[in-house]
Design a protein around this ligand. Sequence first.
Ligand code: NAD
Ligand code: MG
Length: 395
Amino acid sequence: MPATIPGITILGATGSIGVSTLEVIAAQKDRFRVVALTANTQVDRLFQQCQAFEPKFAVMVDADAAQQLESKINRAGLEIQVLQGLDGLIEVATLAQTDHVMAAIVGGAGLLPSLAAAEAGKRVLLANKEALVMSGQLFMDAVQKNGAELLPIDSEHNAIFQCMPDHYCQGLAAVGVRKILLTGSGGPFRNTPFEELARVTPDQACAHPNWSMGRKISVDSATMMNKGLELIEACWLFDTSPDTIEIVVHPQSIIHSMVEYVDGSVLAQMGMPDMRTPIAHALAWPQRMESGVERLDFFACGQLDFQEPDYNRFPCLRLAEEAIRTGGTMPAILNAANEVAVQAFLDQKLPFTRIAVLIEKVMNSVDSRNADSLDIILEADARARDAASRMILAA
Ligand code: NAD
Ligand code: MG
């Protein structure tokens, strides 16, 4: 194959974003080479993907799963090297043959491989928002120092990126941007009677009205912590503060976010709520290519609504804003507490309304420090996870 065809590593290939990425690539076979695919434990799904895309490397984080995958690959006569563990993830995120890294692992587990891709100067397609929330300055510095390209996959940030002028890196004020309008659907519980929230089940929380996603981000959407994490993500990606960002609840998810300029112009990016659009945008950037997404039919969607966010119903919004204003390791502490709380909710060990309560308690009990090094960030993450786990056991 000619060297001009970009090689791609997909971290988290078996997840919702990973699968959508492979769908986009499958329809563009001559444009990309799949170099490596990774998964945590889902052997069968990764094996099917290996058969379909014949990457050079496949990584299973779990050692037993890696052995199972290797024997399946050998039996099928495929020439794919199987690696395992965090070392395997980092190896495939930094390979010379890889140009683009889709960072689509969920949660803090994605931090080290995503950061390694940035340090190796890759085009990083960032879905794994938790990595940036945890390590903001460090991550942005790694991108800059190593000549990496950071393209947002999160639909809102991809929309904002599309609505920004060239050279927005000079500073938003310098290019005439007044506000970023970060839209969110409000999730499945936007109108649920308040007193019922304590009893909602994981399946109800994961039944998002517009988007089909992994379970962790689905719960984050239901608490609106997802919007809180996205607020922090936007601060880092667009080098700004929460003062410049307004959250706008837009239940139909047709507008994916907007940028308001000083002359009163507001640019919006719209489309069907389908992650293949931002994925195709970031893969082809600065060109455009087909994504397979259905056309937006304005006559079918009819009405677009907008509301202010309800901070009483969704306390996670306030907690995330507090975390980024405090700075240092507080966003990593917020993120870690949220991951533990969401998992406990999914395991039916914590009621939905206690997620925010638990996060706030952890934020009050673990001190924030300057997030100067990876070690400090990882230590804050570990302390917050530990505090959150102990609080759940004690409850
Ligand atoms: P998912 O749960 O569907 O998939 C997660 C992937 O990460 C899987 O491939 C899994 O094998 C892998 N993984 C899980 N734990 C791991 C670990 N400890 N080590 C290594 N790999 C691990 O999640 P998703 O919905 O695809 O979301 C992935 C990321 O993209 C998240 O950060 C999410 O916030 C972000 N995102 C997702 C969407 C969406 O529509 N799904 C939209 C915007 C942003
Ligand atoms: Mg989003």
